[in-house]
Ligand binder design. Structure first.
Ligand SMILES: [Zn+2]
Length: 147
């Protein structure tokens, strides 16, 4: 479980292994979930595979499924607690806001009055820009599927 850890240390692996404190909310053979130490809303939970992998793109499909499956169940718990919405998201890479390089899904309970707004300014693209962007993505996907 320690392979791929940068500098041999990973705070999430330490929490999973019980070597660092964390407020556990769920654990099974493959998945661990605990409260975020710096929550966006009260109850903000992090769901992670026990396997140390930095990025979602490198996580085996089965582990991706398990991580999101548990995230969904935590979302159900939030609805039972009378929250009215849930954000689920993964930050990948420092440019995308990833801070701890052990893949994890943020599960954030929401309600009308929480004052949080994830909506950001959107851009517009022309038809030809959209067509070119879609074409480039399809082309890269074909290489991945073929490769
Ligand atoms: Zn780790």
């Amino acid at each position: 479980m320690s392979e791929n850890r940068e500098n041999g240390k990973c705070i999430f692996c330490d929490i999973i292994d019980g070597k660092a404190p964390g407020f556990r909310v769920y654990e099974d053979e493959d998945v661990f979930a605990c409260l975020d130490k710096f929550p966006i809303t009260a109850g903000h939970t992090l769901v992670m595979p026990k396997m140390h992998v930095a990025a979602l793109v490198d996580l085996p499909d089965q582990a991706v499924g398990r991580m999101f499956g548990v995230s969904k169940i935590i979302g159900r718990a939030f609805y039972r607690m009378k929250y009215t919405g849930v954000n689920y998201f993964v930050n990948e890479g420092s440019d995308a806001g990833q801070v701890i390089f052990h893949v994890h899904c943020h599960v954030i309970p929401r309600m009308t009055s929480d004052g949080l707004d994830f909506r950001v300014r959107r851009s517009r693209m022309t038809e030809s820009e959209m067509s070119e962007a879609a074409s480039r993505i399809r082309s890269e996907l074909e290489k991945i599927v073929e490769g």
